[in-house]
Design a protein around this ligand. Structure first.
Ligand SMILES: Cc1cc2nc3c(=O)[nH]c(=O)nc-3n(C[C@H](O)[C@H](O)[C@H](O)COP(=O)(O)OP(=O)(O)OC[C@H]3O[C@@H](n4cnc5c(N)ncnc54)[C@H](O)[C@@H]3O)c2cc1C
Length: 511
């Protein structure tokens, strides 16, 4: 057991954690991530890019409007304005770190158009290699900063609280030893929850362990019911499912079923570029009615595929598919979590000493549905905001005297636990997914209750906790809005034109 003080702890080494760490000056920063450097992050897999109203004719006002519309009326306008107004600075910050965005021959940014954006607005790196491009540059910067230590393979078990304040974290090292690390501030940057679902575009680390730790500490949580499903992940039997970026549809690729019929034009005026939830439900309905669905890039992209979309092209090649001549089989998959740990515009959570940024956080900027490519933007802006806030407040030494005892009852995540994990994920896909109904949600809740009675590994216990809270909020919201669609309440309800916030303790009392 070890401990350290006068340090900022960042949990997570995706874009949010790395940007936060790099934004500190004059403080020691320890980053802990439960995967090797460059792995286990959604950031590294992102394809589309960073939304920023920097193209001709575009403006922050239009970007704000598009974000609010996509969010189905319940985004926090202040948070939307905060990220959108800082988008140009965020791009410049990344460039300063060594990221090279694509430019046209005339020297202007080459911007992609994605669903529900009024303009081409998504800044990208080498076509669809945005995530790897950004992450490589940030990791390079981290290596050059002696004040920042990156500890790979370390997993957060829980936050340490003293007198109502977070003063550190219990961490499991790669050798299975528990450490008690003290800090003057802790930033959660643990990413999303997509891997709670059997079909997902997210890495295995994305099971909401940051939400679980914050929930146990009593943090306010919000909007957990809103899980965005990406309409077009490749239906090729891989877990996680490789993504076929939305920018393909932005370039004109169309969705067809196995009858060679386009079905989107009759469903939404924007057809393939309708909001994600609309496209995801349309594909889901086709699949439910026995059709296979394909993304047909032949006419719109054709022979330019490998150059314009090298990442997707390589993924297709891995499975022996040539997208220049063959449509890509696609299906929806859990992709992005709008909900999470509530923060203000400084990234502060409801508990002193704890900040959150990136997908684990709920800033309110995404409401019921995230506008595509607003999430990398949010992670950059709030990573910076959290670091700035921590540097601005008076840092005090933790008054806590560390005890050399462990509170962790560690159960290994063995083969039996892995089987239960898979069953839970399939249940989340089938009962708590693209289309929901009270009967399914209650069924899932009862199954989780049975699991809760068992002695579970830390990982599975966290999955049960977070899945249970998502289901609870999904049951509460008796309407359909944004990514949350219920066949028993298929319409918007004005009475529900608001966000839901609660604590784990309140949820347990209500149960
Ligand atoms: C395939 C794909 C494509 C995407 N494309 C885009 C796009 O083009 N534009 C866009 O804006 N958004 C995109 N998104 C969403 C965006 O990538 C994510 O929202 C964003 O990268 C999240 O960043 P993050 O730093 O919060 O989390 P992540 O990048 O997921 O990083 C999370 C970090 O936390 C660590 N971690 C998790 N749990 C623990 C634990 N218990 N203990 C210790 N460490 C832990 C992980 O190891 C990892 O280091 C995409 C997502 C996916 C999956």
């Amino acid at each position: 057991m070890t401990h350290s003080q006068d340090t900022v702890i960042v949990i997570g080494a995706g874009i949010a954690g790395l940007v936060a760490a790099l934004s500190f000056k004059g403080l020691r920063v320890d980053i802990y991530a439960n995967a090797p450097m460059g792995q286990g992050t959604a950031s590294n897999w992102s394809q589309g890019g960073v939304a920023a109203a920097i193209g001709p004719g575009d403006s922050a006002a239009i970007h704000i409007q598009d974000s609010l519309i996509a969010a189905a009326d319940i985004a926090d306008r202040t948070a939307v304005e905060f990220i959108v107004n800082k988008a140009r600075d965020a791009i410049h910050f990344l460039e300063h770190q060594g990221v090279v965005f694509d430019h046209n021959a005339d020297g202007q940014y080459a911007l992609s158009r994605e669903a529900a954006h009024s303009f081409p607005r998504v800044a990208r790196v080498k076509g669809d290699l945005t995530g790897p491009g950004i992450m490589a540059a940030l990791q390079q910067q981290i290596k050059q900063r002696p004040d920042i230590q990156l500890h790979s393979g370390w997993k957060i078990l829980d936050l340490i609280m003293h007198d109502g304040r977070i003063i550190g974290a219990f961490l499991l090292d790669p050798n299975g030893h528990v450490h008690r690390k003290l800090a003057t501030a802790v930033i959660l940057a643990t990413g999303g929850v997509g891997y709670l679902y059997k079909n997902t575009s997210n890495p295995k680390t994305a099971i909401g362990e940051g939400i679980a730790a914050a929930a146990r500490a009593g943090a306010l949580l919000s909007d957990l019911e809103f899980v965005q499903f990406h309409p077009t992940t490749m239906a090729v039997g891989l877990d996680p499912s490789p993504l076929a970026t939305e920018a393909l549809r932005g370039e004109g690729a169309v969705l067809i079923n196995d009858q060679n019929e386009r079905f989107m034009p009759s469903i939404h005026p924007l057809a393939e570029l309708a909001p994600r939830d609309v496209v995801a439900r349309a594909i889901f309905a086709q699949i439910k009615s026995g059709h296979n669905v394909f993304l047909d890039c032949r006419a719109a992209i054709g022979s330019g595929f490998a150059e314009k979309f090298p990442k997707v092209f390589a993924l297709c090649q891995n499975i022996g598919l040539d997208p220049v001549v063959t449509p890509i089989p696609v299906e929806p998959a859990a992709h992005y979590h709008m909900g999470g740990v509530v923060t203000d515009l400084s990234g502060r959570t409801s508990i002193d000493g704890l900040w959150a940024c990136g997908e684990v956080a709920c800033t309110g900027a995404h409401g019921a549905n995230r506008l595509a490519s607003n999430s990398l933007l949010e992670a950059i802006v709030f990573g910076q905001a959290a670091a700035t806030d921590i540097m601005n407040i008076r840092m005090t030494k933790s008054p806590y005297a560390p005890r050399e005892t462990s509170v962790i009852n560690y159960v290994p995540h063995d083969v039996a636990m892995q089987a239960k994990e898979l069953a839970l994920r399939a249940m989340m896909r089938d009962r708590v997914g693209v289309i929901r109904h009270a009967d399914d949600l209650l069924w899932a809740q009862a199954e989780l209750e049975k699991l809760r009675q068992q002695n579970l590994s830390h990982r599975l216990g966290n999955m049960v906790l977070v899945a249970g809270m998502i289901i609870h909020m999904a049951l509460e919201r008796k309407e359909s809005r944004g990514s949350h669609y219920r066949t028993d309440y298929p319409n918007l309800d004005q009475a529900w034109c608001r966000r839901q916030s609660t604590t784990m303790q309140n949820l347990m009392e209500a149960a």
